[in-house]
Write a new protein. Structure first.
Lengths: 114, 114
């Protein structure tokens, strides 16, 4: 019974490049959440998605960031034209349909922008 | 926005000692969650509290949901080296329709000296 899977675990990009972070939720989970963690900080909500729907993206910067959760395949968090301030750990969590109380987190993707 | 004040920021203890950490807020919440994050990993849910005054245990861990609904504490008894990590309190959003958003404290870094 695999947990939430994220890849890559580490990603290095130069300023101006694109970063694509992938998340496969736990089996049977249809809700996906993305959080960002800056060094020595707690996690901060970015976006909540269900299959083919963005429910709430209020925590995501309006420019350069986008997220999707297609009918088939993993959820993708895409950051265009990365800047140094995007360096952080990005965590995906999932929960089953009808329940958000207990969100199960993946191991995260650590993005470093040079 | 909602802010959780978690203390202490860090603790350095001897193996076998008991540990206590807490989280407070100026807002009232309906849930309190405690997560542990190991280095390089995602947060793992330890205990979930849903009712004011509730006291819940999970092995050597005990957590309580404050009567005022504005605070919670986590105790770890007889600490062992594998308790090392960052402990986060978290709550669900209160405003209507956004209870799926988790808000995290800044964490308590626990170091256990064998």
């Amino acid at each position: 019974n695999a947990g939430v899977m994220q890849n890559p675990r580490h990603l290095v990009r130069r300023r101006g490049q694109e970063a694509r972070l992938r998340c496969s939720p736990m089996k049977g989970h249809s809700h996906v959440y993305w959080y960002r963690q800056l060094p020595e900080e707690g996690l901060k909500f970015m976006v909540y998605l269900q299959k083919e729907n963005i429910i709430d993206e209020s925590g995501m910067p309006k420019e350069r960031f986008s997220a999707e959760f297609p009918k088939e395949g993993p959820s993708i968090l895409r950051i265009q034209q990365v800047v140094r301030g995007d360096s952080a750990a990005y965590f995906c969590a999932s929960s089953p349909r009808g329940s958000y109380n207990e969100q199960f987190f993946g191991p995260g993707t650590r993005l470093t922008v040079l | 926005g909602q802010q959780l004040n978690q203390s202490p920021q860090s603790m350095f203890i001897q193996e076998g000692e008991d540990v206590s950490m807490n989280c407070t807020s100026s807002s009232i919440f309906n849930t309190w969650l405690w997560y542990k994050q190991d280095p390089g990993e995602g947060p793992v849910l330890l205990i979930a509290l849903y009712k004011a005054g509730e006291l819940t245990s999970n092995g050597r861990l005990t957590a309580q949901f404050g009567i005022t609904r504005k605070d919670s504490f986590l105790n770890i008894s007889a600490s062992i080296p594998s308790d090392v990590g960052i402990y986060f309190c978290a709550t669900h959003g209160n405003s209507g329709g956004s209870n799926y958003k988790l808000t995290f404290g800044k964490g308590t870094l626990l170091t256990v000296n064998p």
